[in-house]
Design a protein around this ligand. Structure first.
Ligand code: SF4
Length: 264
């Protein structure tokens, strides 16, 4: 189907371009219960069968006490699909809600990260796949530029501090209109997180801004993604990258998109 083909092409391109997955990798997908990570899981399961490198895929969900619906229907769905899925109730996170119900995202994220590494280690995984989308990259770019004074978005590939895990974001070229449609098509029972429905945050404002602009400029996010891969450092203000003495600036090789061909 066209939607699935488009997802395979975009995820394959991101994986190839940023060397996200390598021979023998065991990839653990961090399944949040939402449409994005579920799409990521399904697409990686398809690529597992046809990519030119051998790798395996499993999935896990960290319970932090913030889901708005029971997890059982999702568990049933994954079981029927034959997915190797681990559900981990993180006791420190659950205590956090009891002890500090108004805690901020920093603390919550720190708890989640520790739990993610613990689970991935238990699964024997060396790669953790995260469901951040093109929308997240565009929002991060705008948020960092407008509010933190830094021209940056999210890393497509990064590593845990001790290099135990490679963290990858294979949905970086996939917009959320595609993940929404794909999750609907799959008929998967999504489990929303209470926090993601908070309003009035910077994220909500940026989403509103994008939605308004995209009515007139539908290719906005594609252009922003292209811009992130085509940096003209000579026209920015960071002196580390400026040719102030009239010498040739360092040559930056172009990013070439690479598709993963089907395995014969
Ligand atoms: S939005 Fe909620 S779940 Fe997400 S990091 Fe913040 S506190 Fe945690």
């Amino acid at each position: 189907m066209d939607l699935e083909k488009a997802l395979l092409r975009k995820v394959g391109e991101a994986i190839g371009r940023f060397k996200m997955i390598r021979e023998g990798d065991r990839v653990a997908v961090a399944l949040s219960g939402g449409k994005d990570s579920l799409t990521l899981l399904e697409v990686l399961l398809l690529l597992e069968k046809r990519a030119p490198v051998e790798f395996s895929v499993c999935a896990f969900t960290i319970e932090q006490g913030k889901f708005l619906r029971p997890i059982e229907p999702l568990a049933e769905y994954l079981k029927n699909r034959g997915v190797a899925w681990t559900y981990f109730r993180d006791a420190p996170s659950l205590h956090l809600i009891e002890d500090q119900p108004e805690h901020g995202c920093d603390l919550c994220s720190r708890y989640r990260r520790r739990a993610v590494y613990e689970v991935a280690r238990g699964l024997g995984s060396n790669v953790i796949a995260l469901g951040h989308t093109a929308d997240d990259f565009c929002e991060a770019l705008l948020r960092n530029t407008l509010f933190t004074g830094k021209l940056s978005a999210l890393p497509p590939v990064t590593h845990s501090r001790d290099k135990e895990f490679r963290l990858i974001r294979p949905l970086l070229l996939v917009t959320e209109d595609l993940t929404r449609r794909y999750a609907e098509l799959l008929g998967a029972p999504l489990v929303p997180c209470g926090c993601s429905q908070r309003t009035g945050t910077v994220r909500e404002s940026l989403r509103g801004l994008f939605a308004g602009l995209e009515e007139r400029y539908p290719n906005l996010k594609e252009n922003m993604l292209a811009a992130m891969g085509n940096v003209d450092t000579g026209r920015l203000l960071d002196v580390r990258f400026l040719d102030l003495n009239g010498q040739d600036p360092p040559h930056l090789p172009p990013h070439l998109p690479v598709d993963l061909p089907a395995r014969g």
